[in-house]
Ligand binder design. Structure first.
Ligand code: TMP
Length: 208
């Protein structure tokens, strides 16, 4: 199942860790559990910048943007996230472990469904993280989790989440081939069990 090929460059950023997965896979919950650890900076995409707020408003369906506009906004937000003063690269260079809830794979997966090659072009120059946690979940289970939420977003329906999972499964091994350490986690496991696995990996990286 290698239909989608990432052309992302192979340069990796040391101490940069990314969580990815479909909606309802629990990436945000796991990141929340890492907050406050010494020398760990937790962050997320879309970010809390003005661009990120605009994106979140589109995700909630409050404004309608052309899918390609949204794709470009995600990469503009990412550019600031990475390269702004105090951003990902700066913090990694200062010795912090930066843990981000989502990164380029989210664009290749989600925007790839609607915009073909555009997300691949817009994201090819961004560097790779050192470590990726892929929280893999059956979309049926994820949708049951999501259905209990009050604030639903535009990608949160079963057919879309099935495409999302398929694309992650195709793209994640390609990151591995490019030198990213990949940990695939069964996201239907209890939160505490996942958190233990995550903590082990994060603590090992902090000691390096
Ligand atoms: P969250 O709900 O996990 O915070 O993520 C927000 C949504 O944005 C989620 O459905 C994934 C989506 N997303 C993209 O479609 N492209 C991206 O590049 C990013 C970072 C997120």
């Amino acid at each position: 199942m290698n239909d989608y090929l990432t052309n992302q460059k192979s340069e990796t950023v040391k101490r940069f860790v990314v969580f990815e997965g479909g909606d309802g896979s629990g990436t945000s919950t796991q990141i929340e559990l890492l907050r406050g650890k010494p020398h760990v900076w937790t962050t997320r995409e879309p970010t809390d910048s003005l661009i990120g707020c605009l994106i979140r408003s589109a995700l909630r369906g409050e404004i309608t943007l052309h899918p390609e506009t949204l794709t470009r906004l995600f990469s503009a937000d990412r550019n600031e996230h990475l390269f702004a003063k105090g951003g990902v690269i700066d913090r990694c260079n200062q010795g912090d472990l930066v843990v981000s809830d989502r990164y380029t794979l989210s664009s290749l997966v989600y925007q790839g469904v609607l915009c073909g090659d555009l997300p691949f072009k817009l994201n090819e120059d961004f560097p790779l993280p050192e470590l990726l946690f892929f929280l893999d979940i059956d979309p049926q289970i994820a949708m049951r989790r999501i259905e209990n939420r009050s604030d639903r977003e535009i990608y949160e329906y079963l057919e879309f989440q099935e495409l999302v999972r398929e694309r992650y499964k195709s793209l994640v091994p390609q990151w591995q081939q490019k030198g990213v350490r990949v940990i695939v986690i069964d996201a239907s496991e209890p939160i505490e069990a996942i958190a233990r696995k995550v903590a082990q990996e994060i603590d090992a990286l902090r000691k390096e």
